[in-house]
Every structure is written in structure tokens, then in C-alpha cells.
Design a protein around this ligand. Structure first.
Ligand code: SAH
Length: 254
């Protein structure tokens, strides 16, 4: 009798495991979006917007629509693609990173720009932030200092049809004077002080969104006024350093 009980107990356990496997198999990755043909990016993206961005208070409808439409996974290298819609920054090569989705949305909102406005971005990186602004129907001028990243970003932006994103390879310290003034300037690498030419190229009444500082940085909004600038600090952030001319100037004054 005892042997029979043990045998049927084992049988039940085996059946439970098998059933469990079938249930998990039906609901891909135990409830995660996906299938044998790969993750369902649209489902992951919608979840990203709801759980990471709307709940943290981003409200600008143009920003939310753009975050829902831009295929972030296309800007992330193959090795990290599955993590594209997670709540974190990711490596994009050359020790650089694509920002956390919430930070991209927040910075886009803080610019307070709309369709047809011209925005200058310093630090193209993967091209994702530029694509989000382009999806907001903004005319984007973006500068990247690293040739490899610059060419890759330019190619993917063109492939995805963001014709209103213009990429230039070089040091963004000097901005893009031919296209100034800008209705917004967004800097996605951190200098320890504001590059003067970028203030010059900002229209009066427009905002610059910029992470300022060395290790500990503050995300700042700098509004250009008739008689100077108004600054406010938003949240602590962590960006890669802005390199090139601004670093050389820092060394000179040390
Ligand atoms: N906005 C990017 C993330 C930027 S990471 C995205 O959406 O993926 C910061 C980028 O700034 C890096 O690619 C780095 O190479 C670039 N960068 C640093 N200093 C720069 C400078 N002086 N001019 C232009 N780009 C710079």
C-alpha cells in the first residue's frame, strides 16, 4: 500500500511539473510578451510607457506618443536587445550608453518644444533620443563626437525614415551655428560647466536641458531670458562625461 501511495505521489508530482511547463509554455516566458519568433516589442514598449514614464508623471502627449512609436530595440546593440524596454540605461559600445527610457521622456518634456521647432542635441550616441524628438515632429540637429557611433546613428535614423533628424560628426562644443537659433538645446553627455556657444545658439525664451557636474550630476533646465538665464535643478542623474573642447578647458583652469 505504502509503495503504491509513493508511486502515485511521484506520478502526481511528475504530472504537476509537466502541466506547469505546458502552462508556462502557453503564456510565453511565464507572462512576458514574446514567442518563438522573438519578443513582442509593441507590448513591451506599451508597458514601458505606462509603468516607467506615465506613472512618474510625464504628461506631454507628443512625448508619450513618440515614446510609444520609436522602436528603441533598433537603437540597442544585438547583445542587449532583449533588455531594450527595461527601466535602465544600456551599453551602446565605446563605453557609452543609451539613456534610461524615463530620462529620455523627461528631458524631451522639459524642452517644452513642439512640431516644427528646431532642437539641437549634443551627444547623438545611439540616435534614440534624436528619434524620439524627430517623432515629436521636431527638426533635430544632433552632433556626436565618436565617429563610429555617429555613423551608426545616422544610418539607423535614415533607415527608419526620420528625415527630420540631421546628424553631424564632431565635437558638439561649438553647437551648430548655421542652424541657430534653436527652440531647445538638449545635452546628453555631462560637462562640468555650460558650453558658452550653446547658450549663444539658444533663442530667447527657449530652454537648454543639460546634466551638469562630474561624478554627481544634476539635470538642469536653463531658460534664456532677455537679460541672462534662469536656472533650475530637476533631479540627480548620471551621464557619461562630455569630452573634447570642454574637457581641455577644464584642464587649463585646474
Ligand atoms: N542621446 C544618446 C545617449 C548619449 S550618450 C542616445 O539616445 O543614445 C552620450 C554621447 O555623447 C556619447 O555617444 C558620447 O560620445 C557623446 N559625446 C561626449 N562628448 C561629446 C561632445 N563634445 N560632442 C558631441 N558628442 C559628445
Amino acid at each position: 500500500m505504502a509503495g503504491h501511495d509513493r508511486a502515485s505521489g511521484i506520478l502526481r508530482a511528475v504530472l504537476a511539473v509537466l502541466l506547469g511547463a505546458i502552462v508556462v509554455g502557453c503564456s510565453p516566458r511565464g507572462g512576458q510578451a514574446g514567442s518563438r519568433s522573438g519578443p513582442d516589442w509593441n507590448v513591451l514598449r506599451e508597458r514601458m510607457v505606462r509603468q516607467q514614464i506615465e506613472t512618474r508623471g510625464v504628461k506631454d502627449p507628443e512625448v508619450l506618443t513618440a515614446m510609444r512609436s520609436v522602436p528603441r530595440h533598433r537603437f540597442v546593440p544585438e547583445d542587449y536587445r532583449e533588455a531594450s524596454y527595461q527601466d535602465s540605461p544600456l551599453p551602446i559600445g565605446e563605453s557609452q550608453t543609451i539613456s534610461q527610457p524615463y530620462i529620455v521622456a523627461l528631458m524631451s518634456e522639459l524642452l517644452e518644444v513642439g512640431p516644427g521647432d528646431k532642437v539641437l542635441e549634443i551627444g547623438t550616441g545611439s540616435g534614440y533620443q534624436a528619434a524620439v524628438l524627430a517623432a515629436m515632429r521636431v527638426e533635430v540637429y544632433t552632433v556626436e563626437i565618436r565617429q563610429g557611433l555617429c555613423e551608426r546613428a545616422e544610418a539607423i535614423l535614415a533607415e527608419l525614415g526620420y528625415d527630420n533628424a540631421h546628424v553631424r560628426c564632431g565635437d558638439g562644443y561649438g553647437g551648430w551655428p548655421e542652424e541657430a537659433p534653436f527652440a531647445g538645446v538638449i545635452v546628453t553627455a555631462a560637462p562640468d560647466r555650460i558650453p558658452e556657444p550653446l547658450i549663444d545658439q539658444l533663442a530667447v525664451g527657449a530652454r537648454m536641458v543639460i546634466p551638469l557636474g562630474d561624478f554627481y550630476q544634476q539635470l538642469m533646465v536653463i531658460k534664456k531670458t532677455d537679460d541672462g538665464v534662469e536656472e533650475r535643478s530637476v533631479i540627480p542623474v548620471r551621464f557619461v562625461p562630455m569630452t573634447g573642447e570642454i574637457e581641455r578647458q577644464g584642464e587649463d583652469t585646474q
